[in-house]
Every structure is written in structure tokens, then in C-alpha cells.
Design a protein around this ligand. Structure first.
Ligand SMILES: *[C@@H]1O[C@H](CO)[C@@H](O)[C@H](O)[C@H]1NC(C)=O
Length: 308
């Protein structure tokens, strides 16, 4: 979400605070740099002990929450949502609450499992149909709606596995034709969460080549990719990512897990990461993996929000 969106829902004090942050970032930043945006997206749904979706939104640390994952699709119309044992019946009301306080909620598809693929245009359109009818504005008889009449704000593509034949481009194009609740002119938030290395795998690149993604989250905290992580060439990759898709807002993806060797101390986020990533005029914000670790960390996310 950009600073001008959703202001109507905020109390005047919040509004003033946001406007002064926006003004400060214009004053402080050179013309070509985005500067701070205050945007923090968090992943939620990977651990039952992370607390409810409502609690995550109420923490005030995040400007968007991405639920993860829809981890089975593309295989003969079988779909599966894995939210790690969270009570699904509570989530619809929580989604509405989050939206009411100005925090959009999206759903991420894919993940670290291997139960998904999108091998044809047909499967891509079927997946669109499933998403639209289960989580957005559709209401096809016989299609379950896990969150009742709550209507999500976006779809995130988290495609760890795939082949060059996958048609995520077709899915993306179809999604982009559709609006979030609130009507015309408000396309749903279309995002992707990618590994640090550039260029991406073929199936991801094919989707991003549509040029229609609103945001991309670049994960720099994963150990299996040593050439491109916190200790490696992430800055070089960041330059390439941001240059390759100028119409997309880029979020730097950090882990909130203090036990990870790729956890970045808040001071180093402030002095080392934020100034680098905010040089790009299509810098969007920070993505945190994930709510569970952030909740355990006491105040990581609240510090990060100040630096984002
Ligand atoms: C699949 O969809 C794409 C994008 O709409 C289109 O260009 C392509 O021709 C389609 N392929 C087939 C086999 O229908």
C-alpha cells in the first residue's frame, strides 16, 4: 500500500504522523531515491503458536499480512490450504478486522512443499477460478469459502518449485483483471516472494515478465543460496531486481528468527540495509519472515517498522 492509500480510514493523529513521515522522506532523500515508506509485510500462518491474525494486525507492526500457504493446486482441481492448524472459523472475522484498521490481507500460493504446479493455461484458469470463488468476490455453488464472506486483498506467488512450462503468467494476467472489494480501479494486490538470486528460475521469470506485479519481496535470509544472501552478493542482486522491473515495488525480505545465522541485528538493518535498499526509487518496504519469529522477538518488528 502506498502512503496515499487508505488514509481515509485513519484517525487524524495517525494521518498527521504519516504525512510528516512522508514529508520528511521527501526532504531527506535525493530525487531518485524512494527513502522510507514505513511499509512492512509479514507472513502469517506457518506456526500455530504465532497467535491470531487479529493479534498480528493489532500489533501495529505491519502494513500488510500475507497468509501462507495454499500449498496444493494445479493437480486435477485438488486444492489445499495449510495454515498450520490455526482455527479457520475465526479467520474470516479477523480478516475483516485487519481490513477495518487498514491492514490488507493476502494469500500466498506455493511454498516449500512440492504439491503444486501449473502445467497448462487450463490449470492456471482453474486456479484463478478457485481463488476467486474461495477467497475473493466469487460465489460459485459447491466451492467452499474457508473464511466465509471475508474478501481478501491480494495474492502472493511463492514458487519454490516449478518448471519452465508452468503458466503463472496466465494466472497473473487473470488476477490483474480483477478488483479488490471496493470496486473498480482498485486491482487486487499482486505480489511475488522470490529468492535473492537474479535472474529468477524460469517459471518465476515468466510470470514477472508480464510486468504487472505490484510488489516483489526478495528474500536474503536463506542459507541454501550462499552466493546471494546476507553475507553474500545481495546488494548486487538488489540492483538487478530493481532495475529489471521498474514498475514493481521491491521489498527486502528479512528473517525475524534470531537463531538464524542470517538474522540481521536491528542496528545493522538501520545502518547497513535500509540506506542501501532505499536508494532505489522503486523500493517498497520490508518483508518479515514470519509472524511467529517476530512475536517471539519482543520488538524486532516495531524497530523494523521505524526503519522501513
Ligand atoms: C495460453 O495463454 C496465453 C496468454 O493468454 C496465450 O498467449 C497462449 O496462446 C495460450 N496458450 C494456449 C495453448 O492456449
Amino acid at each position: 500500500m502506498h502512503p496515499t492509500m487508505g488514509l481515509a480510514r485513519l484517525r487524524p493523529a495517525c494521518l498527521l504522523a504519516i504525512l510528516s513521515i512522508v514529508a520528511a522522506s521527501f526532504l531527506a532523500a535525493p530525487a531518485a531515491a524512494a527513502g522510507k515508506t514505513g511499509q512492512v509485510t509479514v507472513f502469517w500462518g506457518r506456526n500455530k503458536d504465532e497467535g491470531s491474525l487479529r493479534e498480528a494486525c493489532d500489533s501495529g507492526r505491519y502494513t500488510m499480512v500475507t497468509m501462507s500457504f495454499l500449498d496444493v493446486f494445479g493437480r486435477g482441481n485438488k486444492y489445499h490450504l495449510d495454515l498450520s492448524g490455526h482455527d479457520l472459523t475465526a479467520i474470516g472475522a479477523d480478516i475483516k478486522h485487519c481490513q477495518f484498521i487498514g491492514v490488507p490481507v493476502s494469500i500466498s500460493i506455493g511454498g516449500y512443499g512440492t504439491g503444486y504446479s501449473l502445467p497448462s493455461n487450463r490449470s492456471a484458469l482453474d486456479l484463478f477460478d478457485h481463488l476467486w470463488n474461495s477467497y475473493f468476490g466469487g460465489s460459485k455453488p459447491g466451492v467452499p469459502r474457508p473464511f466465509g464472506d471475508a474478501w481478501l486483498d491480494g495474492v502472493d506467488l511463492f514458487l519454490e518449485h516449478g518448471t519452465p512450462a508452468d503458466r503463472y503468467d496466465v494466472l497473473a494476467l487473470e488476477l490483474a483483471k480483477h478488483n479488490i472489494r471496493g470496486g473498480p480501479g482498485k486491482p487486487l494486490h499482486l505480489t511475488a516472494t522470490v529468492r535473492c538470486a537474479y535472474p529468477p528460475a524460469a517459471h518465476v521469470g515468466r510470470a514477472l515478465a508480464t510486468g504487472i506485479f505490484e510488489r516483489v519481496h526478495v528474500r536474503i535470509y536463506e542459507g541454501d543460496d550462499k552466493a546471494c544472501n546476507v553475507y553474500g552478493a545481495w546488494q548486487d542482486a538488489w540492483d538487478k531486481w530493481t532495475a529489471a522491473y521498474p514498475a514493481t515495488r521491491f521489498y527486502i525480505g528479512l528473517t525475524a528468527d534470531q537463531n538464524s545465522y542470517q538474522w540481521i541485528h536491528p542496528k545493522n538493518v538501520y545502518y547497513g540495509v535500509a540506506p542501501v535498499v532505499q536508494k532505489k526509487d522503486n523500493y517498497g518496504g520490508i518483508m518479515l519472515w514470519d509472524r511467529y519469529f517476530d512475536k517471539k522477538s519482543d520488538d524486532y518488528g516495531s524497530l523494523i517498522k521505524n526503519y522501513a
